[in-house]
Design a binder for this molecule. Sequence first.
Ligand code: PRX
Length: 649
Amino acid sequence: MSAAVYKVPQDAEARAKINRSTYEQWYAESIDNPEAFWSEHGKRIDWFKPYTKVKNTSFEGDVSIKWFEDGLTNVSYNCIDRHLDKRGDQVAIIWEGDDPADDKKITYRELHDAVCRLANVMKDNGVKKGDRVTIYMPMIAEAAYAMLACARIGAIHSIVFGGFSPDALAGRIVDAASTFIITSDEGLRGGKKVPLKVNTDKAIEIAKKQGADVANVLVVKRTGADVAWHEGRDIAYEEAVAKASATCEPEQMNAEDPLFILYTSGSTGKPKGVLHTTGGYLVYASMTHEYVFDYHDGDIYWCTADVGWVTGHSYIVYGPLANGATTLMFEGVPNYPSPARFWEVVDKHQVNIFYTAPTAIRALMGAGNDHVTKTSRESLRTLGSVGEPINPEAWEWYYNIVGDKRCPIVDTWWQTETGGILITPLPGAIDLKPGSATLPFFGVKPELVDAEGKVLEGATDGNLCIADSWPGQMRTVYGDHERFIQTYFSAYKGKYFTGDGCRRDADGYYWITGRVDDVINVSGHRMGTAEVESALVAHESVSEAAVVGYPHDVKGQGIYCYVTLMGGVEPSDELKKDLVKHVRNEIGPIASPDKIQFAPGLPKTRSGKIMRRILRKIAEDDFGALGDTSTLADPAVVDDLIEHRENRK
Ligand code: PRX
């Protein structure tokens, strides 16, 4: 824990919409009287029919979460139409291509045109309110059009990150029962092509065997690659939108109508379809975007995430556009064509607010300061971090070298489930401590509890729960409300359990220490160890597998796999390579194992439960502190695992 404190810079405070005393006053109001607080702030978006009810939520029993429940609105209307009078010619989206010579600017009026046309193409092909549309796209403006077009007609989008494999895509198509898919011929990242249409075709074949019935695939041209065409099913985007009408009335949506499903990993089973709804989500995404980044009219805002993750949903598309901002969408990667790319883009587009992940910061830090210092970065005012704990060294580098000691860093803690940022500094209000997400946002009531559920007070360590609902919270697991209750509300009665461990210091600052369940965070990508295990055991040579995370300098955590082979199969380096390839095929490149250790046996209790604590210690090369191994069925397996460990320091 770093002891350094960075005071709010005077100019940040002078400029800020929220200073310390406003923060304290609003926070107290939001906790003492959430009804009144959110009744007021719910008005930040436009409603076709205003709500009369504000909060109707219960974390007990069946768990029911409703916000603004009798209001009618539309997310696409709020992100586009309501800005047209004042900002029709303002740039809504700056698109920066993978190739630095490739960029374009889309005004709010152009965005309106594109979204209406696409919405009409979907409608003409039978997509209706409530239908699920799967989006499997590269970071091109059409991905944002697709999201907004779904929102406009009330279709529920399910975005699948372009780095996922056909198998992973198929699972999500089946679970959501999507009938319409939007993809592109290929993606382009770091000069490499990603075969999105080929993957989509494969996924549809797999999904068909599991009962899915995909009627149409809308294909956006990105690279112009020659792709297989299924007449009657596939639709060429460019031709279809050219013919479609540019007028499409936004559907009147109830505040609690679903907006999107986004699959995320948990500690057990298949990825869960996190369901977010309309009104509360947009209020929360837009409000956090404005205050956490201290967004002002005219600012150029850049979040480097992918729309395949929740950060892309809330802080590239919905939050910024609801606020009438100019949001930058980047197709490429941080180190292409060189590790100076981020900062060159900052200078090129005069970016004021920059939001990225610690893994990118660590990777760029490793590439040396020259790539940064040769650029100006004078336009930068606020820096942000998200996705995993940021280590103080990376924080200091980001602050001193990238931000030239001028720019507050907002270390924002949140989750796919929370819809928006929950614990974070506000740049003009909260003194910073490197590595701490600092204090809760308005309406957020964090609690630290011990294993028995006792609420701990003062400076302490504990499991992080949130005691009451906030408008951006997920409403259910799509198609499985029981799983929602079990996953988030059963460990500690009446509280939302985040799955994260956390420390609170004497100043009341929160320090997220990482997951306390079997979820790992690899380069900011969240992964269930169970998913990687099930991919491994699907290989013909594997009889059993256990996967744990271990500290990794750049990725935050690496993937360490213990693999027991089928009788008669010989361990070899060849086989290791094959297993890596196999996992990439089953899940995607983001799940590539970093280390594979062949293990004749795994440490199990007498009742057959794998003792992951021991496996984690060995993977960390910290086996001096294995603790009590006397309950193991066969303590000798531990000696073999230690002897053959892959992570010798
Ligand atoms: O462990 C926390 C970590 O990322 C998890 C949520 O992952 P995901 O749903 O993919 O959403 C990531 C983007 C919001 C959390 O349970 N996490 C996220 N932000 C931080 C963080 N850990 C520490 N500090 C953060 N700022």
